[in-house]
Write a protein that binds this ligand. Structure first.
Ligand SMILES: Nc1ncnc2c1ncn2[C@@H]1O[C@H](COP(=O)(O)OP(=O)(O)OP(=O)(O)O)[C@@H](O)[C@H]1O
Ligand SMILES: [Mg+2]
Length: 297
């Protein structure tokens, strides 16, 4: 199966995984890969630390859509601003808008309501791919979401249905229902799981893959095993510390890849730990590796 073809058909790719495993790098690399194949791609970043722009060497988005290279754009969004935007859209009277936005009830509700922020983020992605984007990017072919590590990827994906179940009527309930249907459509939305081949990330990825199956009846388009130590040749003497470290880390990688195999027989890409600082060169190298690996996955 050509996974790249499959990824090219999707309107939304959710990149998820444990903190620090390389989600942002993989998001940028996938974006670059699809953009070089002619797709118009928007990378959506929710993490308040905002770092995609560093990886792609653009100015920080600060909420705007920024062009990184032909066909590749990025945007940093604050979920709560999306919710405020909704209020502005619904309530056209300025005085009323200001009152609602400033009211403790609104703040309390939007901060506390489970799943609302996630729903707003997916709602933004849906609006964009349906052609309601700003003039800077009216209709991207695909959105890639660099999902935050906080909260499982599955709870993100399940959030709109949760909101739709709780808020059954009115504009929010209706919207959540539409977004949930979008997320459930496997022809339009896919998930990419990123992990390193270490004990804790693999443990979490195994749970994630299981939860995707059980709760959402879906499987990842691909699992990316990132930052792997290079294969170690046992004939090499490993009496110095650096070589011993390489041997030991690689042995852990091999053992953990096997644990991943136990739960995942689908497409997998292996990306080496590259001696490159975060930035476009790293993104380019990871993108080329993904192109190679996913074609034959
Ligand atoms: N294959 C790789 N080779 C070398 N360095 C890498 C590789 N993948 C990621 N890195 C580096 O590892 C660090 C973590 O990567 P990244 O920021 O993409 O992880 P993340 O999963 O997005 O983290 P967070 O959960 O904190 O958002 C970064 O400094 C990044 O440059
Ligand atoms: Mg990140």
């Amino acid at each position: 199966m050509d996974v790249i073809r499959r990824l090219e058909e999707l309107q939304l790719i959710v990149v998820t995984g444990k903190g620090g495993v390389g989600k942002s790098v993989v998001t940028a690399a996938l974006g670059r890969l699809l953009a070089t194949r002619g797709r118009k791609v928007l990378l959506l970043e929710v993490d308040p630390r905002e770092n995609l722009h560093q990886l792609l060497n653009t100015p920080p988005s600060g909420g705007d859509i920024v062009k990184a290279s032909p066909g590749l754009f990025l945007q940093h969004i604050e979920p709560r601003e999306l919710i405020d935007d909704l209020v502005r859209e619904r309530l056209k009277v300025k005085l009323l808008v200001n009152r609602v936005l400033a009211s403790p009830v609104h703040r309390h509700f939007t901060e506390g309501a489970p799943g609302l922020k996630e729903t707003a983020v997916f709602g933004r992605a849906l609006r964009l791919v349906e052609g309601h984007g700003p003039p800077a990017l009216r209709r991207p072919d695909a959105v890639i979401l660099d999902a935050p590590a906080t909260g499982h990827g599955v709870s993100w994906m399940a959030a709109p249905q949760l909101v739709a179940d709780v808020v059954r009527s009115g504009p929010i309930g209706h919207m959540a229902g539409l977004i949930s249907a979008f997320l459930g459509d496997r022809r339009r939305v896919g998930v990419v799981v990123v992990t390193t081949a270490e004990e804790m990330p693999v443990e979490e990825s195994r749970e994630l893959i299981g939860a995707l199956r059980e709760r959402l009846d879906r499987q990842p388009e691909a699992v990316i095993a990132n930052a792997l130590y290079p294969p170690f040749d046992d004939d090499v003497a490993s009496d110095d510390e650096t070589t011993a470290l390489w041997r030991d880390r690689r042995a852990i990688n091999v053992a953990q890849l096997e644990r991943l195999d136990e739960v995942w027989a689908g497409p997998r890409a292996e990306v080496p730990l590259l001696p490159i600082d975060p930035g476009p060169a790293l993104v380019g190298a990871v993108s080329r590796t993904l192109a190679d690996q996913l074609r034959s996955a």
